[in-house]
Design a protein around this ligand. Sequence first.
Ligand SMILES: [Ca+2]
Ligand SMILES: [Ca+2]
Ligand SMILES: [Ca+2]
Ligand SMILES: [Ca+2]
Length: 242
Amino acid sequence: MAYAGAKSEFDPLSIKRRRSDMSKGIKGAIASLALLGLGVFLCASPAAAQLAVSGDVADTDDLAPSPVGEVQAGFNEGGRSITISWTLSGDDVTRQTPTSSDFTTGGTFANVNDVAGYNIWRRLADDSDGNLAIVGTVGAGVTSLVDASINVSAGSRRYFYMVSVVDPSGNESAPIESAEVRNMLLLGDFDYDGDVDLLDYGIFQANFGRAEFNPATDIDGNGVVDLEDFFLWADNLGANLY
Ligand SMILES: [Ca+2]
Ligand SMILES: [Ca+2]
Ligand SMILES: [Ca+2]
Ligand SMILES: [Ca+2]
């Protein structure tokens, strides 16, 4: 699926985003009023106004943090959970910032980080609607999450994961998507009961060589259900999640 489409599915967050936009709207209005005042002040003292402008604008954070690097995801042993890992956003650094504008006394400082945390999303590869489910949220500095909420009986064996970065003001980075994650252990489990046995073979047989077939039975995905798929199925015969 096209990346742009995937991004537009980000409904849960757009609600959040809208909310923070509202508060930004108020902040923005205050900032505009402040700037208006400065405009008058500017005529009198351009240099001083310049300093004040940067202070006012810095109060409104509408910049999203930079996205994560590569996102990787893979099944854990046993095929019941998936570990998702990513590289930190380049903005996920703690730095010290003065808590007052009094620089003469040595000042007081606070630790700040433009990254509040990471949102992790999951999409089923065979869901043509591209619905995203949020898997979890972790804090700054965290680089992995285990998704134990996959439903192995739901009839899907292929997943994509996305990770986005949020800052304390609710700004969110572009999501970065993993490659497709396939549960190799369960290829051949055509009745989705968590094992590969002769009942699955019955389904395979009914689809063998057919022009129209259950897509799951074309294990290698080459458009025909033939002996190659049978060999792949046979490799998994006896696999069991339970
Ligand atoms: Ca920010
Ligand atoms: Ca089965
Ligand atoms: Ca079975
Ligand atoms: Ca095939």
